[in-house]
Ligand binder design. Structure first.
Ligand code: TXA
Ligand code: MG
Length: 329
């Protein structure tokens, strides 16, 4: 079994593997990452193949802070530096102009590169022991739900990964917020662990919404983060009626509720999720996996409040229930 507790000797072994061109899964505060040496084209090819992701998708380079980030960018915009100072290490990815020597396998051939300094102590220790940038997408197979435990990584990628560092469940539970500095005004490519309001207050302006011409980010396509069982979002007060209709048609249903109460007669999988957005996000992907494993015909997910605190969760739920399957990361 390739899952090992992320103690000092396992982290040293992981750093050695990365230097040799190997692939290592490691915890971050958002989700687990599938890491490769960001300067090694062969390692990147292997990482993409393992994930089953097309080779022209850009991948985030993980660094240990703003100073290291400078080596990956031709010029870090002032706003990006301000966000890095405010939120790094943490769940924020900055898309900035690439340095000339960044591999196309990192940027997807685009003129920009994505950079993030993760806060998880294991990620931090791994970056320190490795001494360079670690390219890492979420450690799921392309199109599957992101992993928030080492077990999720093993279930999805199995023995393909040389080493899976187990650092416990991820505290944030959904991916980083992505802000691009490739247009005059900063652009929000993906809501995530850092609230948009906090970003706006550092920048002195709200990042603009993602445009159709925005740099390619497969994480922004509607189809991702989806369970395989058909899933739909239902208003809190409509959930019980909808459940009744499905049961009348003899469909087995799995439910992710917040306020709705489980009917006594219901004998399927029913998850009562926390009513706090931070706690809800922490458990979201594990909950989607549980629902998907329930062997149900349909998944019903109670709609969450449409307030700013729930924005990133609402984004992931919309994707999980979009029903499209053309492109995922
Ligand atoms: O929280 C996270 O961001 C996690 C952890 C492991 O750090 N990583 C993650 O990576 O979610 P991934 O590859 O699953 O999603 C990153 C998204 C992708 O949609 C990718 O297309 C986009 O970031 N991205 C990366 N570099 C980019 C660039 N230069 N321009 C536009 N989008 C970029
Ligand atoms: Mg991903």
């Amino acid at each position: 079994m390739s899952v090992v507790e992320a103690n000092a000797s396992a982290i040293a072994r992981a750093a050695r593997l990365l230097r040799e061109g190997g692939i290592v899964a490691f915890p971050t505060e958002t989700v687990y990452g599938l890491g490769a040496d960001a300067r090694n084209a062969d390692a990147l090819r292997r990482m993409y193949a393992m994930k089953g992701r097309p080779a022209d998708h850009p991948v985030i380079v993980h660094v240990d802070g703003l100073e290291s980030a400078q080596a990956w960018s031709s010029q870090m915009p002032e706003g990006a530096c301000a966000l890095a100072r405010a939120f790094w290490p943490g769940p924020l990815t900055l898309i900035v102009p690439r340095a000339h020597d960044v591999l196309d396998a990192i940027t997807g051939g685009q003129p920009s590169v994505g950079l993030r300094a993760p806060a998880h102590p294991v990620a931090h220790a791994l970056l320190a022991a490795f001494g360079g940038g670690i390219a890492a997408p979420s450690a799921n197979r392309f199109g599957h739900v992101s992993p928030t435990t080492a077990r999720h990584v093993a279930d999805d990628l199995g023995d393909a990964v040389g080493l899976i560092l187990d650092g416990g469940p991820c505290a944030v539970g959904i991916e980083s917020t992505i802000v691009a500095f490739t247009t005059d005004t900063p652009m929000l490519l993906r809501p995530g662990g850092v609230p948009v309001e906090a970003i706006a207050s550092v920048l002195g302006q709200a990042p603009i919404a993602r445009a159709a011409t925005a740099p390619r980010a497969s994480g922004t396509l509607a189809s991702h983060y989806a369970p395989r069982t058909p899933a739909s979002l239902v208003a809190p007060d409509a959930l019980i009626a909808e459940l009744g209709q499905l049961e009348e048609r003899d469909e087995r249903v799995a439910v992710l509720a917040v306020t709705a109460r489980r009917p006594d007669s219901f004998d399927g999988v029913w998850i009562g999720a926390p009513a706090d957005a931070t706690m809800y996000a922490r458990l979201l992907y594990a909950n989607l996996r549980t629902l998907d494993a329930a062997d149900a015909d349909a998944i019903l997910i109670e709609q969450v409040p449409q307030t700013s605190a729930w924005r990133a969760v609402g984004d992931r739920l919309a994707r999980a229930t979009s029903g499209e399957t053309d492109d995922r990361d």
